[in-house]
Design a protein around this ligand. Structure first.
Ligand SMILES: NC(=O)c1ccc[n+]([C@@H]2O[C@H](COP(=O)([O-])OP(=O)(O)OC[C@H]3O[C@@H](n4cnc5c(N)ncnc54)[C@H](O)[C@@H]3O)[C@@H](O)[C@H]2O)c1
Length: 338
């Protein structure tokens, strides 16, 4: 197949591109490099079935041009964390970008597989979340919800395009991805920040008391889920949770990471929620993946500890490649497993 990927220089996009090229597909990668890196695409940049286009998802003419002849568009480019700019960027980049992607795909008859997020379940206290669960979002004054709302709009817009144009769409709600090529700040997730803190022997910053839970999914599992939805028609016109079902507190995640990197007691710094201004956290987040399991054969395979070992080794390597001062650590594990 010929597949266009928005956000190809990002974390999920670069790993997905590598996997699709390996499966013999042709890939056009689009990215404006606002949060992605050319370094992420190094392993396939000269692949004969890959082409990179630097550009913005809101550029409608460009989208029409790069989508021509594509069987599938995988839409991953997004503004993920409002506090790295503001709610305006989050709402408008994500909504205008998705509109341009869907419009181009509709014109060329391409299927669209797009990244939504587990954040759409918001404050719903009933875990695990199935695709049927209610989406419970907080007040508009709390800008963290702008991200979830932009993705809810995206999901609705996809079904609206399906209804009006008959095109195939798939919405994927990802749960906590981690692994090689992740962004090394909060943009990449808490594990990125915790790994850096442990490497630098600095206290790991936890929001609130650290008892909020998340589910962390190794990147190869995310990629397997996306590949299945691209290749299988059973996925068409559905929403899927794609994630690992192991629930873990953020505090336990911090301890595991510290003990993999260092031999002393974990250093932890609790940051009260009040320091974020108007903020609401999600206290529990864990997916029910029965639907993806039954329709797609999706099954996460990588244990958290194994995935973290590979990720820690990768993060040390990336820091060294970027010239970031990095102590020569004797890690508390022999092999990175995958
Ligand atoms: N990583 C996760 O665990 C996770 C969880 C839930 C949802 N998601 C969703 O999955 C998608 C991919 O996430 P990721 O972690 O790979 O993020 P990422 O930031 O690493 O990758 C996104 C890429 O999109 C590019 N981009 C951003 N705005 C753009 C624009 N206007 N035009 C063109 N390119 C643009 C960035 O430069 C970046 O390379 C996102 O839509 C995100 O919301 C990810």
């Amino acid at each position: 197949m010929k597949i266009m990927i928005t956000g190809a220089a990002g974390f999920i996009g670069s790993n997905l591109t590598a996997a699709l090229l390996q499966r013999g597909h042709t890939v056009i990668g689009l990215d404006n490099l606002s949060q992605g890196f050319l370094l992420n695409m190094e392993s396939f940049q000269n692949h004969k079935k890959f082409r990179f286009v630097e550009g913005d998802i809101r550029d409608e003419k460009l989208l029409l041009r790069v989508t021509r002849g594509c069987d599938v568009v995988v839409h991953l480019a997004a503004f993920k964390i409002p506090r790295y700019s503001d709610a305006m960027d989050t709402l408008l980049i994500n909504s205008h970008g998705t509109l341009a992607v869907l419009e181009a795909a509709a014109k060329h008859g391409a299927k669209v597989v797009a990244a939504s997020t587990s954040d759409v379940y918001g404050k719903n206290p009933k875990v695990p979340f199935s695709e049927e669960s209610d989406l419970v979002i907080g007040r508009p004054e709390v800008k963290r919800w702008s991200y979830a709302i932009s993705k809810m709009f995206e999901e609705q817009l996809m079904f609206a395009y399906h209804e009006r144009h008959g095109m195939n769409i798939v919405a994927l709600r990802f749960f906590g991805g981690y692994g090689p090529n992740q962004h090394m700040t909060w943009w990449g997730g808490p594990q990125s920040v915790f790994i850096n803190a442990a490497i630098d022997n600095e206290a790991i910053p936890l929001h609130g008391d650290g008892m909020q839970t998340r589910s962390f999914t190794y990147i190869s599992d995310h990629v397997n889920g996306i590949v299945a939805t691209i290749e299988k028609s059973e996925a068409n016109n559905q929403v899927f949770n794609i994630g690992n079902t192991r629930e873990i507190t953020i505090k336990d995640l911090a301890s595991i990471i510290w003990r993999l990197v260092r031999s002393d007691e974990p250093k932890i710094l609790l940051t009260p929620y009040e320091t974020f201004g108007k903020y609401e956290d999600v206290m529990r987040r864990v997916p029910d993946i029965t639907k993806a399991r039954n329709l797609l054969g999706f099954e996460p395979k990588i244990d958290l500890e194994d995935g973290l070992k590979t990720t820690i080794r990768w993060q040390i390597g990336r820091r060294l490649a970027l010239g970031t001062p990095t102590p020569n650590l004797k890690l508390n594990f022999a092999e990175a497993a995958e």
